[in-house]
Design a protein around this ligand. Sequence first.
Ligand SMILES: [Zn+2]
Length: 603
Amino acid sequence: MGWIVCSGALGLKAQPIRLASDGAANYRIFTADSSRIASEASEELKKYLAQLSGAVFADSDGLTGRTIVVGTALTIKQHPAAIDIPLLTHDSYGLLKRGHTIYLLGGSERSIWYAVYDFLSRLGCRWIAPEFTFYEGKDKYVPVRPRLDYRYAGDIIEQPAFNYRKLYIEEGLSHNVENLLQLIRWMPQARFNVLVAPIDYQGHGRAQWDNWRQQLIPELKKRGIGIEVGGHGYQNFLHAGMEDGRLYTDHPEWFGMDQNGHRSADPHIVFCTSNAEAVAYLNHRIGEYLDAHPEIDIFDFWPPDNEKWCICERCEALGTVTERHALLVSETASYLKNRCPDVKLECLAYHHYTEPPQHTTLDNSVLLDFCPINQQFEYQIYEQESENNKRYNESLRRWMDSFGGDISIYSYYRKYAWRSLPNVIPHYMQRDLIYYRDIGIKGISVYSEPGDWFTFGLNHYVLGNLAWNPRIHVDSLIQGYCTTLYGEAADLVGDIYTELEDIVRFGCNIPFSAPKTMAAYEAYTARLLVCGEQLEAATANPDLDLITRRHLKRVALMVGYAKASARTKLLSTRGAVEEANRVAREMKQTINENKHAGVFIPR
Ligand SMILES: [Zn+2]
């Protein structure tokens, strides 16, 4: 939830603790745990303290006196010199003071990082985005403080509202090892705790965990980030090409029956899930995959995308698709409990299987990701005015009533179908997340394409913060983001983000947004025109530094795209189809000329 506990009297006045002055450190660093994670987090602390103060913070061999202690609460509690340390677990962490000693403690090894970054953020540091090249160094802010003070106003104990805070690679249109490593370094700064990679997205061989794992695993492990792998594809573990191409000819009855009554090798047709031998074969293959990939914490077990289910008599006798889906997932979950007990199985509530089953109980150990893919962004997920949202919300409530395991939201707050349109929605996300937290949802996730991260950067930054504390003051986050990235133009861009949140999901080409009147589209276009003019005027300021100028040009591309989209809507509504097509063609060209540079990913 994110709360503050004062150790002394309420309203204790902040006491400045001088950590360093004039290039000399007053404190030493004691790393209490012997783990790799603790020592890496300590090194990170020392690195930033040096940048902040210009002082070298040396190691200490004990935890008394003017020492900053880094470690897990569990280890510290066993230390004879430690007094009155609260019990912390999982992702919770504490920033404490006992005597002159400052404690940065994690409830787990992973949350040692959170304690360190929170402490540094209270000294003025800010990390708004991964170090992607197009941020040009403005992804973070580290002030210079010759007199470095920590203003202590009581102990701080933090714990997250959502246990799962996930970033998906999913289609992986713009990921590579370099930007994935940048993303991973940012995750603990933003307190995202799981990276989700596809086994092999759509079988194309490009977005594939095996292509990256050797380089990513060490970096993920040393930050304690959970590794989730899988995705669409029962067919990864049972397809016609297996057993040297003999699987289909040897066992046609294992494959799904199509509309013509044929057993089909089409990967979009789900295998025959009522066939016990086929299920056993699939589970055995999954077990082999997990044995060969011991780094995996969560395994994603999804049907093929745009799938059709087997229509054989025995399958149909098992019940609806949602029943059959739950049966199969539960069978695989119980198989894996014996074979790989440390791996959590994850499945989706999506597409044909959004509704909870009525006759089958999904195993409680499974993590369920609920996918409101057709969410209408003109309305909150809980608003009755939207048919789509109403249906999702009702399904979600039924899942909450019928399923005892963890439910996480597979969000679309950065959506492929938006085609990089700048649907920037920080306040919208906050209202959804407060609702999700209040009904007991345990996690939230989002796609993470670097190729248009600049466009959705504010969404990503705010979502990471909301996943920790949905009641956080969003306007302060926006201000922090804009100040870091846009310097003296921060207020202008902050206002433009507000306009984008008010316009794009209503007046641009966002799926499921209702058609508007010509007058409404004219008004949206006019407002976006003003945004563009303001940006142009700000960019023309000769005193503006070059990096800020380039960032304003990136914002101008975003605004220009939104304007072209609203204008296309206006022209189509007016019946001027040819002109609408011309505007769309020109925009497509602009997108191609500026592709994969943070703003646009062409589709
Ligand atoms: Zn069947």
